[in-house]
Design a protein around this ligand. Structure first.
Ligand code: ADP
Ligand code: DP6
Length: 330
């Protein structure tokens, strides 16, 4: 029996990954840049055994159906081929983040799974190779191997597409991200399906491709200069652009709900009051607010005028992949 356990935190992209150049290997169309966060994470234990006759996947204590188990099995196939071990596995995972609600459970989920497999089968993968492996499960997961600011360099193939830490002199420790939870139910269009439809049909996708490298450059300059206004401005603009592409798709779709718009407007108002804060959204209606740690209390007070306290979660910069327990008995 081979057992391993790992914890990975979610990350939220400031410059989004939106579109694949290669669907099988998950090579993205553009580089992306994220902040790993402390408040939301996944813990996953994997056990490989000669006695198992199939893969089994438990999420939050519930045995998953064939469709969800198949996704995990496909990832395990990659690991089995890397390890050259033909063993079925049981995966037991706990999401300390709502699943499939646009809060990046796929990022923490697949990087925790990659870490657990690395530990269980003693693959001894470097962080770079772990990032490449996690990427095969879910693109954004390759960034959750690291803490703080992380860039996923798109590369051009399996070997060259992986995430790296962005040097920041620990500036991320001065920042925060407030999550405004609008809806924690599973969304109708997954990130995977949404980005595929957009790449294939959106009349606005060209604009995304032309400008996201410029946004990335601006974000990296802002981090190097510790210029919060510059980082916030480009974060907000890049997120809006990503969501703009969905409206130009066939059939058109949006991840926004009326409450998302209310939240975005509130953030703009708070900013106009002199408290610097900027929003971003992913493939779901929830809104994330990038701000500076020193302003969190005042911004929360403002947001509490429009939202319940239970809807608001404050996150700070979080760590990279952590190993929790490895009990390896051959
Ligand atoms: P999210 O916004 O939460 O990342 P996605 O639609 O992008 O939503 O991804 C959700 C998918 O990620 C789930 O349907 C599941 O396939 C996968 N996933 C989420 N959590 C886990 C986990 N803990 N272990 C394995 N896979 C997971
Ligand atoms: C909008 O990484 O979930 O959150 O690679 O198909 O698994 P797959 O997609 P996923 O997409 C994340 C999209 C995003 C932007 C981002 O996190 O960069």
């Amino acid at each position: 029996m081979y057992k391993g356990k790992a914890r990975a935190h979610t990350n939220i992209a400031l410059i989004k990954y939106w579109g694949k150049a290669d669907k099988e290997f998950i090579i993205p169309m553009n580089n992306s840049l994220s902040l790993t966060l402390d408040a939301f994470y996944t813990e996953t234990m994997v056990t490989f055994s000669e006695t198992f006759t199939q893969d089994t996947f438990y999420l939050d204590g519930a045995r998953q159906d064939e469709k969800n188990t198949k996704k995990v099995s496909q990832f395990l196939d990659l690991v089995r081929s890397l390890a050259q071990k033909d063993l079925f596995a049981t995966v037991e995972s706990q999401n300390f983040v709502p699943t499939a609600a646009g809060l990046a459970s796929s990022a923490s989920g697949l990087s925790a799974l990659a870490g657990a497999c690395n530990a269980a089968l003693e693959l001894n993968l470097s962080d770079q190779d772990l990032s490449r492996l996690a990427r095969r499960g879910s693109g954004s997961a390759c960034r959750s191997i690291y803490g703080g600011f992380v860039e996923w360099e798109k590369g051009q193939d399996d070997a060259s597409s992986f995430a790296k830490v962005v040097p920041s002199d620990q500036w991320e420790d001065d920042l925060a991200m407030i999550f405004i939870l609008i809806n924690d139910q599973q969304k109708d269009v997954s990130s995977r399906d949404g980005m595929e439809r957009t790449v294939e049909t959106s009349v606005f996708y060209d604009g995304w491709l032309k400008t996201s490298p410029i946004d990335l450059q601006t974000a990296k300059e802002a981090i190097a200069e510790k210029d919060f206004e510059k980082l916030g401005t480009v974060t907000e603009a890049n997120g809006l652009k990503m969501h703009g592409t969905t409206l130009g798709a066939t059939p058109p779709f949006t991840y926004w709900s009326p409450e998302s718009l209310t939240a975005m407007n509130r953030v703009r108002e708070i900013r106009q009051m002199g408290l610097p804060c900027y929003f971003t959204m992913d493939a779901g209606p929830n809104v994330k607010v990038l701000c500076q740690k020193k302003d969190v209390k005042q911004i929360l007070e403002q947001l509490e005028q429009s939202f319940n306290k239970e809807q608001l979660t404050c996150a700070f910069s979080g760590p990279g992949l952590e190993y929790l327990e490895t009990d390896v008995t051959a």
